[in-house]
Design a protein around this ligand. Structure first.
Ligand SMILES: [Zn+2]
Length: 249
């Protein structure tokens, strides 16, 4: 067990309100490529700023769905991994209060996490761009027409996935909840996030400004490494399992 993981575990055990913030790195052991890793990312083939942009959906829903249909199918085929399970155990044992996630894959919920705030939306549903009707992911495949566009069962307008697309604001209710949790946390543990994409990347700043501490479990540098109480840079599963073991001794 690394000294850093042991220190993180002790910090978690000694803090009253621990909030966890997760990014793509926690889903990598499930088989989701982290799109920031050169040569392996799902964004290598397309320009995400163009295809996964709200303007692309409005302009050419068939092109948009040609990319997103494949992405949703890939994400619905994967399962939670041990890192998700460790966070569930921490919640069950009263060690952590909530998980704020940038991930849209619903793996925290599927692992059994009770308190999850999805600040980038999720693949769970798609919504009609005209009437707002919602379609569950498991029913979505039946909604594609010959042009490859998913359409609303009520009004036949184009459906869109309920994820935050490029060019869109984050959902205000979820961001408010996340901000309140970050401000009230005496420890914010950031797992598998490079903490580069705002406004989520500003959450550790909120915790620090309110007098709380920040812990990091991420491979690769983050802008908060200098001010973090502890930085665990090893494998995400190994680091979290070690932290859980240390927190419970
Ligand atoms: Zn509709």
């Amino acid at each position: 067990m690394s000294d850093e993981a042991r220190k993180l575990g002790r910090l978690i055990a000694d803090s009253d309100s621990v909030v966890v913030l997760t990014g793509a790195g926690i889903s990598v052991p499930s088989g989701i490529p982290d799109f920031r890793t050169p040569g392996t990312g799902i964004w290598e083939k397309v320009n995400p700023m163009e295809v996964a942009h709200i303007d692309s959906f409005r302009r050419d829903p068939a092109l948009f769905w040609s990319f997103y249909r494949e992405r949703l199918n890939a994400l619905s085929d994967i399962a939670p991994n041990r890192a998700h399970e460790v966070l569930v155990e921490m919640e069950r044992d009263g060690l952590i209060r909530a998980v704020i996630t940038q991930n849209i894959d619903t793996l925290h919920e599927r692992a059994g996490q009770q308190e999850v705030i999805e600040v980038h939306g999720s693949i769970r549903t798609s919504s009609c761009s005209a009437c707002g009707a919602k379609v569950l992911l498991q029913d979505l495949e039946d909604r594609f027409d010959e042009q490859g566009v998913a359409s609303c069962p009520l009004c036949l307008s184009a459906l869109r996935p309920d994820v935050v697309l490029f060019g869109e604001m984050l959902p205000p209710d979820e961001m408010l909840h996340a901000t309140q949790l970050a401000a009230a946390a005496d420890l914010l543990v950031c797992v598998g996030s490079s903490l580069e994409v705002h406004p989520v990347a500003g959450l550790p700043e909120i915790t620090l400004a309110a007098g709380g501490k920040v812990g990091i479990v991420t491979q690769g540098p983050t802008p908060y490494d200098e001010v973090a109480e502890v930085v665990c840079s090893g494998d995400v599963v190994a680091e979290l399992e070690a932290a859980l073991a240390a927190a419970e001794t």
